[in-house]
Design a protein around this ligand. Structure first.
Ligand code: KIV
Length: 284
């Protein structure tokens, strides 16, 4: 495993101060976490998108706290030094400040997270303040907030009109004033993201499909490796088509089992002749 010290919040802010972009990816399992750790990704988000990418639902809403904790624990085992973000799933923080604090606490105590992320702007300020008062760093999430996709008219760009964009700018300010250390802007126009980034004084901005001006970039791991069969968001870049590699491998496996070219001697184990003769005798 890579010889890296644990990433801390001051280190992330140092990168921002030095104008070094922060790298962030989603991750939901141990082996992927291992590779992300090896690649020295700064921040890992165990997103509630796992409901879609790992469990096959059509939205993020079915993800439960127990799903999130289980996957986040696996990610932490694979990535001990990355700054680990636990994504608060639907209805784990909306009902009340107390619910929010308790569930945020589970991410820290049971899954070894460094912080949590929740969706929403000014309307979430009391949850944000409550969680921070409990000693847990909070990352905000504005723009396309998938838990509200129905209210937002689907998975679409947010903030294209001046009025909509102003609301996102105001929400970012409200979250910053409430004490978040970072805000994720998902599918927000690049200049709106740039404006929010330039105005951020005490938090940094991460872009998902919101352009190059943020302090860092996030991608959904499954999108960047062709691992989500239902669709590929326009903003996602495919860095390698692992889905194609896996599908070709699976087809070859089916072919080789069918035509008996698999297994070969190196793929199985043998017993010595004398032991086998003895076995036959024992069975008489
Ligand atoms: O759940 C998730 O992966 C997220 C991203 C869409 C940012 O929240």
């Amino acid at each position: 495993m890579a010889d890296r010290k644990k990433i801390t919040l001051p280190q992330l802010f140092k990168k921002v101060a030095n104008h070094e972009p922060i790298t962030m990816l989603t991750c939901y399992d141990y082996p992927t976490a291992y590779f992300q750790e090896e690649a020295e990704i700064d921040m890992i988000l165990v997103g509630d998108s796992l409901a879609m990418t790992m469990l096959g639902y059509d939205s993020t809403l079915p993800a439960t706290m127990d799903d999130m904790i289980r996957h986040t624990q696996a990610v932490r085992r694979g990535a001990p030094t990355a700054w680990l973000v636990g994504d608060m799933p639907y209805m784990s923080y909306q009902p009340s400040v107390e619910t929010a604090i308790r569930n945020a606490g589970r991410f820290m105590a049971e899954a070894g997270c460094d912080c949590i992320k929740l969706e929403g702007g000014a309307e979430m300020v009391d949850r944000v303040k409550g969680i921070i008062a409990a000693g847990i760093p909070v990352m905000g999430h504005l723009g396309l907030t998938p838990q509200s996709a129905s209210a937002l008219g689907g998975f679409r760009v947010q903030g294209r009109s001046a009025v909509q964009a102003k609301k996102i700018v105001d929400d970012a300010k409200a979250l910053e004033e409430a004490g978040v250390f970072a805000i994720l802007l998902e599918m927000v126009p690049d200049r709106v993201c740039q404006l929010i980034t330039e105005r951020a004084k005490n938090c940094f901005i991460i872009s998902l499909g919101s352009g190059p001006h943020a302090h860092g970039q996030l991608l959904i791991y499954h999108d960047m490796f062709g691992l989500y069969p239902k669709f590929k968001p326009r903003m996602a870049k495919v860095f390698g088509n692992a889905g194609e590699v896996i599908l070709n491998g699976l087809k070859t496996y089916v072919q080789e089992v069918t035509d008996r070219t698999f297994p070969q001697p190196e793929n199985y184990f043998t017993i010595k002749d004398e032991e086998y003769a003895e076995l036959l005798k024992l069975l008489e």
